[in-house]
Design a protein around this ligand. Structure first.
Ligand code: ADE
Length: 232
């Protein structure tokens, strides 16, 4: 998968991209990530990329010129056309199903804006899909892009050490994950459930399924409702 990120703050991505699964995925050639600074496409001597909104109002709006020029440059960096994603709180809310959908694509192009928003012609002119990571406002799209990239890349075959681990994740079957335990068997008086030490794999699978269901009912009943609605 090829991932392009158009941003005013490429340095925000450096640390998360240089650790753990995301680093390994790049080292193994599973993903190829390129950061491009939108400011490099400003035609202004002060490298300006935003301006006051027409009609008045507070804040500054990202100008279309530098974003379009940056986008056109990035498009030429690879042959695949790719899905264009604009990070904004107005977008469709990101979830595991969206992560799965994006993980099946060959190229993703993220546009992260700072400041109060984008000139509307960026969305319409670039045919971009808008995605939000939740109902709150971040100071820019960088962290949102990073969240999406992390969730998508770990779903790629070969990204995780143990392929089974993505399958058992929370949300993978519309349920939260069952409780996990590791050594020691007793920690500060708290014991690992006997069933997990029994060696009876069928019973363990049944217990885990029941636990996952119970936790989802208790902590995220909205997920069960969503599943039912999807099925009907
Ligand atoms: N930019 C600012 N807030 C955002 C959010 N919640 N999701 C995606 N991009 C954003």
């Amino acid at each position: 998968m090829r991932i392009d990120i158009l941003t005013l703050f490429p340095q925000v991505f450096e640390s998360p991209l240089s650790c753990s699964i995301l680093k390994r995925a790049q080292d193994n050639g599973l993903i190829d990530i390129a950061l491009t600074d939108i400011r490099d496409f400003s035609t202004d001597t002060y490298r300006k990329v935003d301006d006051k909104p027409y009609g008045g109002g507070p804040g500054m709006v990202m100008m279309p010129g530098p974003v379009f020029d940056c986008f056109e440059h990035v498009c030429k960096l690879a042959t695949e056309k790719g899905r264009v994603i604009l990070l904004t709180p107005q977008g469709q809310k990101f979830d595991q199903a969206k992560a799965r959908e994006l993980s099946g694509l060959k190229r993703l192009i993220f546009i992260a804006g700072k400041y109060e928003g984008f000139d509307e012609r960026i969305r319409t002119g670039l045919g971009a899909e808008q995605i939000s990571i939740g109902d709150y406002v971040l100071s820019g799209g960088e962290l949102a892009a990073m969240v999406i990239i992390d969730a998508v890349v770990r779903l790629l075959t070969g990204a995780l050490g143990d392929e089974a681990s993505a399958k058992d994740d929370s949300f993978s079957e519309g349920l939260l994950e069952y409780p996990q335990y590791t050594r020691p068997e007793v920690f500060r008086g708290m014991k690992v459930p006997d069933i997990l030490l029994s060696g009876d794999h069928a019973k363990i699978a049944e217990w885990r399924r029941a636990q996952a269901l119970e936790r989802t009912k208790k902590w995220r009943p909205d997920l069960l409702k969503e599943n039912e609605e999807r099925k009907s």
